[in-house]
Design a protein around this ligand. Structure first.
Ligand code: AMP
Length: 675
């Protein structure tokens, strides 16, 4: 990329926290930023001190770039901190997990019951030969047993690796082997959109491809083994897969007979807590390593402050536990805070498109944390679904996963939050472990589409292609009240933070090359960002997606936001395709709302709308109306495949696509348009 990313979109709406919110907020003093940034290590030590330690650390931070170690010499146990330490008082009877299965079955588990169940599973793991340091792979549906098994692993010091239940046999096989996992924990199946995903069957296929490190497979009964009914639904035999008496162990034979006492293993602060794989855009997935003390410190802090968490809150992070968001904000963060966590097994449209809103109404959810892709889908479905339900329990809304288009932000704020709830747009990554850029809801005025400011203690900066920090001077001028013109570039992190990844499992060179080689001493996020006149951060998407049009670097996110701003557009994905004269031309794939009809006139109108909103340079050459957009299983748009479509190439790797048919349909449509 020759230059720095251009800044085009100008979003001026701003929402200061209401006086009522500030009054009750956990944090309302803006002085916290200067305090934390004045001595970040001491700031994080303060948070670490809020955990239970078997032995206190002697050194808070050892920093040999790119290797950080936090709270050296300290010993603690993550499960103890998320479960046992809450017991003995009124929190024993507090609900830890409120769960809904997709067919409508529900369960509530108190912190006391959670402890008993975690101990039984921990003892089961031991009986199966799992000890401290052994890796355990989890391939399970969104059921309480998934969280329970993670905590059981943490209890005995066995690192876990959760593989999302939507991944294929090949993905599971690849991860098991990279990790050399000793045990696989799975289920007969899980419910998704009214069907059973046959997890055991898929796991059998993975094992058949060769997983020599696996000694046993622990199989829980979720969807129903033959002869059992779940909520009156007859269960097909295929859900069980093929039973192999040599290695398969039934959860129901092993777990219930275990004692409900199991000591917590004291772990070094830097001992491995889990490995979570992220699919890089190319090459094999990266096993992102997270350790114990620093990770737990930062998820504790961010859950408490970003979500303004209170004792009585009912917290629902809708992410699957197979993603990092589920690790940090379904399990470890909320549970370290003794919060009540909602978990839901299935899809938002089962049995109807109001399912999320029904869950909120039924369980009086007060904090909702979801993804822009879900919000855009809800917008497309229309307000009638949330409007049917009582959402008055909500008091704070969060988003994560992608840049949120301002119009989607406004819809979330108005239609779901009824203008009463602050919206926190939280930027972070699997590698960062915890939220890094986000508003503090009691302090920072939010702007739709901006993740606002680094969390206290976090150092973030923007670099140009020449390796110059363009943000330091900018922030200086913001502080002097000069309202400097926005600057754009590459987002980096300038100092270590406790939850940062400790590396890529088994591949230190790839770790260095991916994150630390480009800007020495600084962590390169791979994202583009801009800083506005007020010093707010705006995330512009992955830099691989940035377009180069007639010498201008244009962010896909800004053009997409301009399109979604048009009343006819529900969702948009924008790419740069090769163009003889301009280098790249902008092609936009749009989903039209059901209230509008696609036509030549409308596509022309959309092109003009973008040009009017952000400038003629960003006028799309092509606007293609699509029924669906290609997305990863975590809901991120795969622009790489859209580029293949637009440039008439054979499609690249499609294995991480949620639905490969979507991109095939787009290819046909694009070719029709060209001919
Ligand atoms: P993952 O590691 O799969 O969670 O993906 C991390 C990436 O998602 C980041 O590098 C960003 O590109 C994107 N992302 C996550 N949260 C946000 C957000 N709030 N705003 C913009 N992009 C985000």
């Amino acid at each position: 990329m020759p230059e720095t990313i251009q800044v085009l979109l100008d979003e001026t709406r701003s929402f200061p926290p209401s006086a009522e919110f500030v009054e009750q907020a956990n944090l309302s003093d803006p002085g916290i930023y200067d305090h934390a940034n004045g001595d970040p290590v001491a700031f994080w030590e303060g948070w670490a001190g809020a955990l239970d330690w078997v032995e206190r650390w002697h050194t808070a931070l050892e920093w040999n770039p790119p290797n950080a170690k936090w709270f050296l010499g300290g010993k603690l146990n993550a499960c103890h901190n998320c479960v046992d330490r809450h017991l003995g008082g009124p929190r024993s009877a507090k609900r830890a997990i409120v769960w809904e299965g997709e067919p409508g079955d529900t369960r509530e588990i108190t912190y006391h019951e959670l402890r008993d169940e975690v101990c039984r599973v921990a003892n089961s793991l031991k009986e199966l030969g799992v000890g401290k340091g052994d890796r355990v792979c989890l391939y399970m549906p969104m059921v309480p047993e998934l969280a329970i098994t993670m905590l059981a692993c943490a209890r005995i010091g066995a690192p876990h690796s959760v593989v999302f239940g939507g991944f294929s046999a090949e993905s599971l096989w690849e991860r098991i082997n990279d990790l050399q996992a000793k045990l696989l924990v799975t289920a007969d199946g899980g419910w998704r959109r009214g069907h059973i995903v046959p997890l055991k069957h898929i796991a059998d296929q993975a094992l058949a491809m060769g997983c020599p490190s696996i000694e046993k497979v622990l199989v829980m009964n979720r969807a129903g083994v033959p002869g059992t009914l779940t909520n009156g639904v007859p269960t097909p035999d295929y859900a069980t897969g093929v039973w192999n008496e040599q290695i398969d162990v039934r959860w129901s034979d092993l777990v219930p007979r275990q004692p409900k006492e199991c000591p917590c293993e004291p772990m070094d602060s830097e001992d491995l807590l889990f490995v979570l794989y992220t699919s890089g855009s190319t090459g094999k997935p990266k096993g992102i390593v997270h350790t114990t003390g620093g990770y737990l410190t930062q998820v504790l802090a961010t859950t408490k402050w970003v979500f303004d968490l209170k004792e009585q809150d009912v917290f629902w992070c809708t992410a699957d536990i197979g993603w990092v968001t589920g690790h940090s904000y379904v399990v470890y963060g909320p549970m370290a805070n003794a919060s009540t966590v909602v978990m839901y097994e299935g899809t938002p449209d089962t049995p109807d498109k109001d399912r999320f809103w029904r869950v909120i109404e039924r369980h009086k959810v007060s904090v909702l944390y979801t993804a822009p892709t879900a919000i855009r889908t809800f917008m497309k479905w229309g307000a009638e679904y949330p409007d049917r339900c009582d959402l008055s329990s909500l008091r704070l809304l969060g988003t994560v996963g992608e840049p949120i288009n301002p119009e989607a932000w406004i819809w979330y704020h108005e239609t779901i939050g009824k203008r009463q709830c602050p919206v926190v747009d939280t930027w972070w990554q699997t590698e960062t472990g915890a939220i890094l850029i986000t508003p503090m809801p009691g302090i920072v005025a939010t702007k739709p589409g901006s993740a606002t400011r680094p969390f206290p203690g976090i150092g973030a900066a923007i670099m140009d292609d020449g390796g110059h920090d363009v943000s330091a001077d900018h922030i200086g001028r913001v502080r002097a009240g000069l309202r400097p013109a926005p600057v754009g570039g590459f987002l980096v992190l300038t100092r270590p933070w406790p939850a940062m990844t400790r590396g890529i499992y088994g591949d230190p060179q790839r770790f260095f090359d991916t994150y630390w080689a480009r800007f020495p001493g600084r962590y390169f996020t791979g994202d583009g960002a801009k800083l506005d006149e007020d010093g707010y951060f705006w995330l512009l998407g992955r830099v691989d997606d940035v377009m180069l049009v007639a010498g201008h670097n244009i962010s896909t996110m800004e053009v997409e936001s301009a399109l979604v701003d048009h009343p006819a557009v529900a969702e948009a994905a924008v790419i740069g395709r090769a163009h003889e004269i301009k280098g790249q031309a902008i092609a936009a794939f749009v989903i039209i709302r059901s209230s509008h009809v696609a036509s030549e006139a409308l596509t022309e109108e959309l092109k003009s709308h973008v040009a009017a909103k952000i400038g003629p340079i960003a006028r799309p050459d092509d606007v293609i109306v699509a029924a669906e957009l290609p997305k990863t299983r975590s809901g991120k748009i795969m622009r790489r495949l859209l580029r293949d479509v637009a440039e008439g190439r054979a499609l690249g790797d499609t294995t991480t696509l949620a639905d490969p048919a979507v991109v095939a349909a787009l290819k046909d449509k694009y070719e029709d348009k060209e001919s």
